[in-house]
Design a protein around this ligand. Structure first.
Ligand SMILES: Nc1nc2c(ncn2[C@@H]2O[C@H](COP(=O)(O)OP(=O)(O)OP(=O)(O)O)[C@@H](O)[C@H]2O)c(=O)[nH]1
Ligand SMILES: [Mg+2]
Length: 357
């Protein structure tokens, strides 16, 4: 199961964000290092297309995709050398696939800041520097271990050597590995090697005063990563209202969709996931799979027997099903295709699997 880690300096609102996302009860307080043991929770992925399908099909039950969020303890300067339980916390970040890096942009004297003032660009740099230093240490150890092999069999290892040395050079100049390792395969390899800066990241500016220009400064300082501004305190308040009150409050504020939906949507995209739908016994369900997944592997998400016994699948697009309004109508217009084991699942496919038992 792919997961998203929430990281950042202490006391920036990570657990508050986690609670807003999961309707959870992680401990939140106005002093640093409230979180020591990480909190984990599953979050349903908001999906307008699934909702449309449900409106058309009126199933007994509708189940959306969900992704795992992990609220990790705060990192401080020196974390890469073990400061503030840094090794443990960095180890937890190594396990996740995508990082949401929360940066404090709200100013209030009630909440202690590990530094004296609010300066998101500096804060972001402090945490990112620790991640780069931690990666350098891991990489240097790996290079030292491989060095003898490289010397004795240079031709065999030329690619591995070049890659590792280029990663080291990038880190030494302060470049995060995600800027040079961009394919899903590269990312998986970096994760296996325990490297942190190759993970896709979303910077989340926790801001109550979005007019302040602080967020713009942050945006221009990290031009090649996405920055999303969110008032975590407000989102938490919204989450605690019942749906009617929430809708009313949101329309008063001129908000079209909850900022949390935007966060979950962005995390889903960064994970490189797509979703397909099944309708079995009047139950509609969305399933997440990595981009490029073949039909048998997708069937295996539902049950391993379905992958092993996969014969073929019937496929249509959810948008076609929504516009034709019934499976029979789709059949008549020839919009249902039969596909084999090499078929790559497309985002928004509605699939029916045929398998031997
Ligand atoms: N004013 C304001 N306060 C906030 C906001 N988000 C969080 N806080 C407050 O900031 C303090 C820290 O929030 P937490 O969610 O515990 O922060 P954390 O990053 O998990 O902290 P650690 O676990 O200690 O690293 C709490 O007092 C929150 O109520 C916000 O958007 N605005
Ligand atoms: Mg916390």
């Amino acid at each position: 199961m792919l997961s998203v880690g929430i990281i950042g300096l202490p006391n920036v609102g990570k657990s508050s964000l986690f609670n807003a996302l999961t309707v959870g009860k992680a401990e939140v307080s106005n002093y640093p290092f409230t979180t020591i043991e990480s909190n984990t929770g599953m979050v349903p992925v908001p999906d307008p297309l699934l909702q449309q399908l449900a409106d058309v099909l009126q199933p007994e039950k509708t189940t959306p995709c969900s992704i795992r969020f992990i609220d990790i303890a705060g990192l401080i300067k020196g974390a890469s050398e073990g400061e503030g339980l840094g090794n443990q916390f960095l180890g937890e970040i190594r396990q996740v696939d995508v990082v949401i890096h929360v940066v404090r942009c709200f100013a209030t004297d009630d909440v202690a800041h590990v530094f004296a003032d609010v300066d998101p660009v500096r804060d972001l740099g402090v945490v990112d520097t620790e991640l780069v230093l931690a990666d350098l240490e891991v990489l240097n150890r790996a290079i030292a271990k491989r060095d003898r092999d490289w010397a004795t069999h240079p031709a065999e290892h030329v690619r591995e050597r070049d890659r590792m040395l280029s990663y080291r050079e990038a880190l030494e100049s302060g470049t995060q590995l995600r800027d040079i390792a961009t394919t899903p395969d590269d990312r998986r390899e970096l994760k296996r090697a325990g490297l942190l800066t190759g993970k896709p990241v979303l910077y989340l500016a926790n801001a109550s005063d979005l007019e302040s220009g602080v967020v713009d400064t942050l945006r221009s300082s990290c031009s090649n990563a996405s920055v999303l501004a969110l008032d975590v305190g407000l989102e938490l308040e919204l989450r605690q209202l019942d749906p009617e009150e929430r809708a009313e409050f949101m329309s008063e504020l001129g908000l079209e969709r909850s900022g949390l939906d935007a966060v979950v949507g962005a995390a889903f995209d960064l994970l490189g996931l797509i979703r397909f739908f099944t309708i079995v016994k009047n139950k509609l369900q969305a399933w997440e799979v990595p981009t490029g997944t073949t039909a048998p592997t997708a069937a295996g998400q539902i049950h391993s027997d379905m992958e092993q016994g996969f014969i073929r699948a019937k496929v249509t697009q959810a948008t076609d099903l929504c516009s034709q309004r019934s499976v029979q109508a789709l059949q008549q217009t020839g919009k249902i295709r039969t596909v084999g084991k090499d078929y790559e699942v497309q985002d928004g496919d509605v699939m029916e699997f045929l398998f031997s038992q």
